[in-house]
Ligand binder design. Structure first.
Ligand SMILES: [Zn+2]
Ligand SMILES: [Zn+2]
Length: 619
């Protein structure tokens, strides 16, 4: 059941929260319509659930903020789509515990009519947690590592060797029930001995979650100096590196939050202290060989960054309904990034021995069309190139609008200004052109192309003319057409034909769209036309009697590792052709910059290299 659920649309995740509707109705009725809810229980259950989910989300964001965590990261190997899918239901336990607590509220006499605050209860909880809760958890956890229980139950949690905060909530139903019972030990204390309150539920649940998420955060955040100043603390406080050894080596470090019980039980991993010390010393900065320099697309797609919603980012982007409320948060963040934003690392992966990162210019698509902001965008791109150069990155590939002709001449601005760059600046469009060209069947003798004098349009037209394909180039500029015509071999010039109206394509079944096209103009294409395209965003697919190609994209070779984020709307493991183009440049060790116009002579060479390295085109 769990495996099938992982492929449900993301929005169906919210279906489980339907269970909260009766709570919400009761809370609204009790607080605003004169109803009665003893101690306002439903209201508090909703808030404690929201706060627990928010805490979990904040830990998730923190653990993936590369700039902050990179120095003390436990595992630098990226995560996988399989792990993200397996951990899809990592928040289930929060709902279960709200239901269990509500049942106790109904049936357990001392757990009703709770005051908001009673300090006596907090002392009882601390004592019970340090004693029975930690003790019971330790032995329960050891029991879960015996053959039968591990194979049938606990192995699911341990399937994630490298952990992220959500891993802490991953378990089988039996484990959720048992661990809820363990939490109940401390909470039952004030009920039995007096001092129970609503606040103790908030505080204990949030404390419990905070510690669990910290232990799985994949970042050693506890300073070693703290343990040196208070030596006994090492018995009282778990660290992320301590629990990471439990995941990587299994039969040690079983404790909940207090290593004391591992010391008493003789199950402390001897490497714990050394690993803690080594991680706190800090890792040397990881220098990638390859960087893909992307930018934000639109406001909603901000939620598709891997450190924001990792589940959502692990699927191809589309503007879903549940993103709209986040505009309230995204809009001020956009303005803050506009004012103070710096290029940041979004995600990383490895291909063979090459380490690759995607960096993001903190500007949205629409900002590339505001003339007053263009210098600042070029400044950000330039700073990224210089930083890559300083660090020793081999290739930096400019994505989408970062290589816009009008902005920086396809990267020429930077290579002209900095003539001694060691890093190679690449627009990757040679492979984009190759992808489009290889998608045009060999037997095609005529094509109709718009955006014909653009960087890609020019390269496609010239390459097709060499194949003796007649190219109908829609352009209003005779001058630009003639400049391209000059580049064609003399005996093949007749294959390039300038046209000025869409009607010129009415008998041609291969249309290559490099510009936006109106619905009316699309009607000019004959029945059965295939629309290839290199226009962003893609053209509307309104013709039922025609077919539409996708933007040029390539599937990464199978050796790719540590990738758990989809590149915008691309499928898993697929990247835009220009991203792949930069990678090929790096893998081949080419020493030239690939900036400005596309070198038509190199199109076949780049394609063959892509095939040799195991890339494949996605149409
Ligand atoms: Zn375990
Ligand atoms: Zn764990």
């Amino acid at each position: 059941m769990r495996a099938e659920m992982t492929w449900f649309p993301v929005s169906l995740v919210f279906m489980q929260y339907v269970i909260g509707i009766p709570f919400l109705v009761k809370a609204i009725h009790a607080n605003y319509y004169g109803g009665y809810d003893v101690d306002n229980w439903c209201f508090h259950m909703i808030w404690v659930t929201i706060m627990r989910l928010t805490l979990s989300q904040l830990w998730q964001i923190y653990s993936r903020l590369h700039g902050i965590v990179k120095k003390h990261q436990i595992s630098t190997v990226g995560f996988t789509f399989e792990q993200i899918d397996r951990e899809f239901h990592s928040d289930d336990y929060i709902i279960l515990q709200a239901l269990v607590a509500t049942a106790a509220h109904v049936w357990v006499p001392g757990f009703r009519q709770l005051p908001l605050w009673d300090s006596r209860g907090l002392v009882t909880i601390i004592l019970l947690h340090v004693g029975p809760t930690e003790f019971v958890y330790y032995w329960l956890h050891r029991a879960l590592h015996t053959d039968f229980l591990f194979t049938n139950y606990h192995s699911f949690h341990h399937a994630s060797i490298n952990t992220e905060p959500p891993t802490s909530g991953v378990g089988t139903f039996l484990e959720h029930v048992l661990f809820s019972g363990v939490m109940g030990i401390a909470l039952a204390g004030p009920v039995i001995f007096g001092g129970a309150s609503i606040s103790m539920i908030y505080l204990y649940c949030l404390f419990f979650d905070f510690m669990k998420h910290m232990a799985h955060s994949n970042t050693e955040i506890i300073p070693i100096t703290l343990f040196k100043a208070f030596p006994l603390l090492k018995y009282l406080l778990i660290t992320p590196s301590y629990h990471s050894l439990h995941h990587s080596e299994l039969h040690s470090n079983y404790c909940l939050f207090m290593p004391l019980y591992d010391h008493l039980g003789g199950t402390v991993n001897v490497k714990s202290e050394a690993l803690h010390a080594r991680l706190r010393e800090g890792r040397a900065e990881e220098v990638p060989e390859f960087v893909f320099l992307a930018h934000c697309v639109d406001l909603l797609s901000s939620m598709h960054v891997s450190f924001v919603l990792r589940q959502f980012a692990s699927r191809p982007y589309s503007a879903r309904w549940f993103l709209y409320p986040f505009l309230v948060l995204i809009t001020p963040v956009m303005f803050m990034m506009w004012a103070w934003g710096k290029v940041f690392v979004a995600y990383k992966y490895t291909l063979d021995k090459f380490s690759c990162q995607t960096w993001v210019v903190p500007r949205y698509g629409f900002q590339y069309f505001i003339p007053v902001g263009l210098n600042s965008i070029n400044g950000l791109i330039e700073s990224a190139i210089l930083e890559a150069d300083k660090k020793g990155v081999k290739v930096i590939s400019l994505a989408a609008l970062n290589k816009n002709e009008a902005l920086n001449g396809g990267g020429v601005l930077f290579t002209d200004k900095h003539t001694n760059l060691r890093v190679r600046v690449v627009h990757g469009n040679t492979l984009t052109a190759a992808c489009i060209l290889k998608g045009i069947p060999e037997d095609v003798t005529e094509v109709f192309i718009t955006g014909a004098t653009s960087k890609l349009g020019r390269a496609i037209a010239l390459h097709l003319c060499r194949r003796r394909v007649r190219v109908l180039m829609l352009t209003s500029s005779q001058e630009r057409f003639e400049a391209i015509l000059k580049e064609a071999p003399k005996e093949l010039k007749r294959y390039l034909v300038r046209v000025t109206k869409y009607q010129a394509g009415i008998n041609c079944k291969t249309w290559i769209m490099g510009k936006w096209i109106s619905h009316k103009d699309q009607q000019m294409a004959p029945r059965g036309t295939h629309f290839h395209q290199f226009v962003v965003p893609g053209i509307p697919e309104i013709r039922k009697d025609c077919t539409y190609g996708k933007l040029a994209a390539m599937r990464l070779p199978t050796q790719v590792k540590g990738i758990s984020t989809c590149e915008f709307s691309c499928e898993r493991g697929v990247v835009h052709a220009c991203h792949a183009g930069g990678l090929i440049h790096c893998l081949e060790g080419w020493t030239h910059h690939e900036v400005g116009s596309i070198d038509v002579d190199r199109i076949d060479e780049v394609w063959e290299a892509a095939m040799r390295h195991g890339f494949s085109a996605v149409y």
